[in-house]
Design a protein around this ligand. Sequence first.
Ligand SMILES: *Cc1c(COP(=O)(O)O)cnc(C)c1O
Length: 375
Amino acid sequence: MIITDKRCWAEINLSQIIENYRIYKNQLPEKTKIMAVVKADAYGQGDAEIAEVLQKEGVTDFAVATLDEAVRLRTSGIQGQIFVLGYTPITQAQNLIEYDITQAVVDENHAKLLAKLGPRLKAVFALDTGMNRIGLDADYPDFCEEVIRKYSDKFCLQGIFTHLCTADSMDKEAVEFTNNQIKKFEKVAKRIEDLNLPYVHCLNSAGGLWNKCEKSVFARLGIILYGLKPSYQNQLPEGIKPALSWYSVVSMVKNLHSGETVGYGRTFKAEWEMKIATVCVGYADGYNRLLSNNFYVLINGKRAAVLGRVCMDQIMVDVSDILGVEMGTKVTLLGQDGDEIITADDMADAIGTIGYEIVCNISKRVERKYKYEYF
Ligand SMILES: *Cc1c(COP(=O)(O)O)cnc(C)c1O
């Protein structure tokens, strides 16, 4: 009998993250720098831990989604630029100055309020080039230029940025749309060139690989840093691999007789004698309930189908054809076991979402372990 002390845990291979970073960097033009996007706890994988190894690797610019995330990075010893990509309420903005954090300006209203904090506040204007999420409307370059100039000395203006919303797609229409977004961005960037702003950027992971922007000083590298695909159809450069694996253990094994059912709502019914194992993971750990009767785990190098509904804390899987399964046997939810591998992208594809959501949703209850072999 194998008894580990763990119930359900994730392992993050920090060396693989560095490897992914290096491979990605090699694909970029020499002059394009990388801003590491470590928002949402580095896509569920540990922001402080990952930012620290990237900082040792020479990365000086980091992006997060919220002020809290930014403050955590700063207090954990990250020294370079920390950029908040999303909205920060003005009532919190004093902390931006206190922790030397750079704030995205979502529109002119936001600019007006942020300007009250004066010239020590570092800010970067968002431009909306077609996503319709945040930013000054780049369909009106005159207006963008006017607002940018107006605020260029009200706070410490550092740059402008935009976000591409179809850079992961190779469809003709999507490619045209992306090119158009980049053109709109470059147009505004050119008009304010005399301001010599250091932070002008528009490329996400996908954009950095498959698009070009003369004006983009940075690629904001998110998902590919973690070894996942922007979109399931994408081919990633050779050697880029998922950094996160996710494991659990079997708690018990039992025989199921023909006609018996499994789990809530009795959604799986055995048609012959089966052997099933109960595994210590559920939707409260982030194992999506849509995986019910719809996915598989790996045990002893073989696939075991999820039977019945995913419970809050447990799932049942089919181990009829797998030998040597008992209490304590390791179960791979994401990662490699023998010749089989499950990626977050595969799991996402099974339930109509994206790998981003799978890894972000692995809950706090799942302990993170870090592997660091070299750097
Ligand atoms: C999340 C995010 C990124 C990173 O996107 P990936 O697709 O993960 O590379 C870049 N820029 C902005 C504004 C973002 O919100």
